[in-house]
Design a protein around this ligand. Structure first.
Ligand code: NDP
Length: 246
């Protein structure tokens, strides 16, 4: 158990795999009450049950982050189940890598919808609650690709992750005082994310590059570190990557 995590109610998007799943399991093991959102209901059901079987407290709601009302419902589910929301982790994401010349506009749209609009809808759902409570914590998952443009191939993905970082920083300025904002910028992490590309050469590149990937637990621990700080300490940004990653 961790004193500043125990009993906190933490909403996590993209909690059906990878970083979101690891974070839900890790925070629950430290005593948080976790509320999982994603589209794959069966995966959420299984992870939630396993957390409960291990003595943790968890709830889930099938959530598509591209639908603003789904995020509102997820936050409302957390309040109905556990009485409040202390942290929202805006984590759901898609990485569809391809050179710009492929003009994969459908994939650009999907990345913008999930990575930017989905993240904004998470803010819109939680901010009124945080303001009413007089406390809260946004943990927003950007990327090393939100610090340095990951090209060729990752230009649009990087654009979405730069947007997450920029909006998080603006949000921090607007709400600082009682509400904390943390941006997490991971490097290569082993998860399903690497399968998001429909462009064969880019997919092969990602598969090769991700041989150095670190486990998603590494990011879960970084998130826990930000949450467990006392209320007067806001960890603004954490960049973490495999030691061997440039
Ligand atoms: P995964 O692909 O394993 O996880 C992505 C999660 O997002 C899944 O749970 C998926 O669930 C969810 N998701 C995707 N689309 C939607 C949607 N429309 N509505 C709700 N949930 C959705 O990858 P990661 O765990 O690696 O990715 C998590 C975050 O970390 C992403 O934002 C990613 O960009 C970021 N990141 C990852 C890095 C890496 O190397 N893996 C590095 C840097 C950042 P479902 O399909 O069930 O909806």
């Amino acid at each position: 158990m961790s004193q500043n995590i125990e009993s906190k109610v933490v909403v996590i998007t993209g909690a059906s795999s990878g970083i979101g799943e690891s974070t839900a399991r890790h925070l629950a093991s430290l005593g948080a009450k976790v509320v999982l959102g994603a589209r794959r209901t069966e995966k959420l059901e299984r992870i939630t049950q396993e957390i409960r079987d291990g003595g943790g407290q968890a709830e889930f709601l099938t959530t598509d982050v591209t639908v603003a009302s789904d995020l509102k419902a997820l936050v409302e589910k957390a309040i109905a189940t556990f009485g409040q929301v202390d942290v929202i982790i805006n984590n759901a994401g898609l990485m569809a890598i391809a050179p710009m010349s492929e003009t994969k506009t459908d994939e650009w749209d999907r990345m913008i919808d999930i990575n930017i609009k989905g993240f904004l809808y998470g803010i819109a759902a939680a901010l009124p609650i945080f303001e009413k409570q007089g406390s809260g914590h946004f943990v927003n998952i950007s990327s090393v690709a939100g610090v340095k443009v990951f090209s060729p191939g990752g230009t649009v993905y990087s654009g979405t992750k730069f947007a997450v970082r920029a909006i998080s920083e603006g949000l921090r300025h607007e709400v600082s005082g009682k509400i904390r904002t943390t941006t997490i910028e991971p490097g290569a992490v082993d998860s399903e994310l690497k399968h998001g590309s429909s462009h064969q050469d880019s997919s092969d590149f990602v598969k090769d590059f991700y041989q150095i990937a670190i486990p998603s637990d590494s990011v879960a621990r970084a998130i826990a570190y930000a949450i467990e700080q006392p209320a007067d300490v806001d960890i603004n940004e954490i960049v973490l990557r495999p030691t061997v990653q440039d």
